[in-house]
Design a protein around this ligand. Sequence first.
Ligand code: K7E
Ligand code: CUA
Length: 698
Amino acid sequence: MPPTIRSRRPVRSALVLFFAAAAAGAVVASAHAQGAQREGRRSRTREVKPTELTPAQVTELTRIANERKLNFDDLMAASKTFMPSGRHDEYVCFASGGQSGQVFAIGVPSMRLLRSIAVFTPESWQGYGFGVGNDVLAAGNMPSGRTIGWGDTHHPGLSETNGEYDGQFLFIGDKANARVGVIDLRDWETKQIVKNPLSVSDHGGCFVTPNTEYVVEGGQYATPLGFGYAPLAEYKKSYRGFVTFWKFDREKGRIDVAKSFALELPPYFQDLFDAGKGASEGLVFGNSFNAEMAVGGIQSGKPPFEAGCSQRDTDYLHVIDWKIAERVVASGKTEDLGGFKVIPLETSIAEGILHLAPEPKSPHGVDVSPNGQYIVVAGKLDPHVTVFGADRIRKAIADKKFSGKDDFGVPILDFDAVKEAQVELGLGPLHTQFDDQGYAYTSLFLDSAVARWTLGGEYESKHPEQPWKLVTKTPVQYNIGHLVTAEGDSSSPDGRYLISMSKWSIDRFVPTGPLLPQNFQLVDISQQGTAMPVIFDMPIGVGEPHYAQIIKADKLKSWQVYPELGWNPHTQSVDPNAPKAGKEGIVRDGRNVTINMTAVRSHYTPEHVEVNEGDHITWRITALEQTPDATHGFTIGGYNINLSLEPGEFAEIKFTADMPGVFPFYCTEFCSALHLEMLGYFLVKPSGAGKDAVGMAR
Ligand code: K7E
Ligand code: CUA
C-alpha cells in the first residue's frame, strides 16, 4: 500500500480559471436552507440566493486556498461536501460499528456523525443497559445465562419493500456472538436481540429478502451445532455450517423466533449472503471458503488455517431456494435443536433446497445486481470477479446440469453452465455494489483501490460497447474492506456517492497513538467514465465498521418527539403505568415501593424519595416534554443508573435499595438554564446491620 501523497503546489492558474468561470455567471450556491425552529429561539433558516462571485471574492478565495495549500481538486471536494449550518444531508449511511457493538449513522455527503445507536453494548448516554434496555440486552446472553457485554457488528440490513429500502427497520448482526439486533427507525432504538440457538459465533450477517420476509443470518466457522462438543479430529463428521432465516413480523416490529428456521450446511465456512431479487427472487446466495475442511494446527507443524483454507482453486457458492425451504418447514420436515427448527442437510438435498457452484478463489463477497440477474462473487486470491447468471442457475438446476456432488451429496452445478462472465479487476477483490449508470464497483483490498466496471449481458448493460470491462480504479487510503454506494444493493441504486470503508489510515490523520482510526472515504461517482475522485476523509475512531448501507434521508420518518406523553418505546404505545402530571407520588406496599415521577424543565416531582434499606424499588418516570430535543437524563449515582428521557418517554427501572445513604439524583442532560437545579434526594435509611456505602460494617 503505497502512501501516495498528492503534491501540494499552489495552483493559482487553475483557481483563477475556476473562479473566473464562476464569476462569469456560474451558479455556485443555491439552497433552501432547512432547520428546525426551536421554541423560544431564533430561527436558523437562512435564505441563500444564487450567487455570482465578484472578482474581489475570487481573489480572496484564491488567497485562502493558496495559504492553506488547497488545489483545484480540493476546492471542488470542499464545495461538494460542505454543509452550511442547518442544512440537512441528502443521505444517511448506517454503518456497523465493529467492536463497539453499535451502529453509526453518518450524514452523506457531509460525513458528519449524526449519532451512534446502542445495540449490543450498554451505552450510558442513551441509558441503554443502565436501567432500561437491560431486558433487550439480556435476551442476547448465552443459553447458559452467561452475560455478553459487547458485539462485533458486521452487517447492517435495512428493511425492504419490493427490493427497495423502506426506512422502517434496521437489522444488525454480531459476528462474535451470533446475534441479530432489531432497530426501529421511528425512534432509532434497539427493540430486540435474538441469540442464534445453533452457534456461538457466525459472520454477523443480516441480509433481508426483498419484502423483509426473512432476515438471513449467515454462518462462518463450523462447530457442532447447538453448542455441542466434538474433537477437531471429527471435524467432517460432527462439525457443521448453517444459515438462519429469521422470520420478521413487521406488524410487531420483532423477529418471530417460533416461525424462524435454519438450514444445516456442510462444514465449509459460510461467509456472506445476499437475497435474490427480481430475476433471482426466492433464492439466497452465500459464498464460502474452506471447501478443504482444513482444521489448522500450526502448533503441531500442520498447515495453518490461512494455508489450509486456500489450497483449492475453488470453493462453493451456496444457492438456497428459501421458498421451497419455507414449504418444507410448514410440512414439519424439520429437526428440533434447542427448541429451534432446523432442516437437516439430507432433507435440503432431497427437496432441492440447496445447490452448490464452484467459485474461485477464497471468495469473500457475494452481491446481487439491481435487477437480480447477476450474482457477483469476488475471490480474495483471484484478480477477477466471477459473475453468475440467475437464469443460468435456474436452468442448470432444472436440467440437472451437475459436475458432481460434494462429500455430503450436495449437487454441484456445472461452472460453465452458470457462469456469465469473469472480469479482471486487480488484487484482493472483496465486495461489490452498483449504481444507476450500469456500473458495478468492487473493493480491492490489496490494491487499495475502488474498481469501476461495466455490467454486460443482455439484461443490465448500459455500456453495450464495452460489456464486462474494467473502466477505472481510484486509489484509496488504505486497504479497503467494504464499499457502499447510495442505495447500492437495492433494486434501484442511486449511485452518486460511494464510501470506501478503508481499514488502515496510516498517515491520513494526526497520529492517535499506536491505535489509529479507520478511514471512511467519500468518493464522487456521479460522473461517467474515469473521473471518480475521493472528496472526503472521515476518521472512525470508535471501532472498525464492516458493512454499511446508505439510504435517502427523506425515506426515514423519524419521530421528533414520542407521539404521546407516557410513551413506552418497547411497546410503542402509551404505557398504562406511566405517571401523569398531578398524579405523582410514592406508594408503599410492604417492602415494595413504587415511585411515580414526572420530569419537566427543570424539576422532578417528587424531589424527596425516602425508602428503607432492602426495599424493592419500582421507579417510574414520564418526561412531560413535547418540545423537540428537550431530553432529560436521570441518574442515581452509585446505583449504576442512568436514563435518557426523550420528550414524552416513559421509563421504568427496578432495583433493590441495598446500599444505605444519601444519593442525590439529577438530570444528566443540559436541558435548561436551571438544569443544575434539576435534582432530588434519594434517601435510603440504614436497616441496622449490614454495610454502608463505603463498605463499613455497622
Ligand atoms: Cu468483508 Cu464481515 Cu462483510 Cu468485514 S466482512 S470487510
Ligand atoms: Cu433536565 Cu437537565
